[in-house]
Design a protein around this ligand. Sequence first.
Ligand code: FES
Ligand SMILES: [Fe+2]
Length: 376
Amino acid sequence: MAKFLENAWYVAAWSGEVGRTPLPRTLLERAVLFYRLEDGTPVAMQDRCPHRFVPLSKGEVRGNEIMCGYHGLTFDQAGRCTHRRATDIARERFCVPTYVLEERYGAIWIWMGESGLADPDLIPRFDFFDSPTHIVAGQGLTYIKANYTLEIDNLLDLSHLDFVHAKTISNGKVTEGRYNVYQKGNTVHSDWFIPATVAPRQFADLITMSNDRRWEGAKRDMIVDHWLDMRWDAPGSLFLDVGVAPAGTDRKCPIDMPQAHFVTPETEYSTHYFWIYSMTALGQPEALLDGFLDIVKIAFDQEDRPMIEAQQGAMKSADFWVEQPMILAEDSGAVRARRVLDKLIREENRAGEPAKPPAPEPRSLSTAAPDERNLA
Ligand code: FES
Ligand SMILES: [Fe+2]
């Protein structure tokens, strides 16, 4: 079975990473090169020159074209060789494969499968990017030496916050809450609700800053209702809303941090993990936002990453299901996501197989050919 879902949108890079200098990045075990045209449009093509196979990213962008750094062949955004030294036949025969891109939510999304199927409407929605009540407060990219499904498991089972992030972003109370999982089509929701708990430390400052009267007199250790609602769409797009509201108010007047987590395989055993988060706009000073970003980076880079890499190290190349993992109730979200992903990859593989000849009709007197009847 193929390792990855091909006909799907993956985040390939943050918008700010792609400019007029070639950006090389391996995605789904394929070397890809990114740059921007003069009008700012991002382009992506195979990062391999068809002449002597060096990475085109070692060359330079000239106008709208990329020039190979070895012998100077040039290719336009459609991958066509435009250099005068290449013959017409060579130009036609040696086109560099290109990929469909879509720029959205501060990221460059790539479709690595059949280009005719690339529908931008299939990109999951992350409405918080346009929310007038929120500010995008931090983002990053964490490189993990592990299979991407282990990172997805991590995000769909936030009980780990109480243990992995007890010193940074957790109040250690998640597992005292109620867990709920549900699925709509191929979208999996994996939610925690912790009623009447002390505000997690990342909200402690924020709740004292609100002008809303329902937060009046709020202290850092105020008792709140707290939720962590995670949504997953295949193959690796996750939306998380983490929030607090005064206890017993049915989530009225929330202060929250909607965020996106994009998990893209580099290879079978390495992953690009893109994360971005926003916050209810409360006039937070820069210093508070900077301090929070530092804590989030520690949480993802120094707490999650080593744990997931150690997990992969312990599993080596063993198949997750063959190893027969212990399953707890709060694993339901991750288990459902794995099932959906496996199903989609299976379906894609099946669609790509050559059509089998139809099974022979069962023989009967009424369907047998005349000569067969004669033989009977
Ligand atoms: S290897 Fe690219 S031009 Fe020769
Ligand atoms: Fe984590």
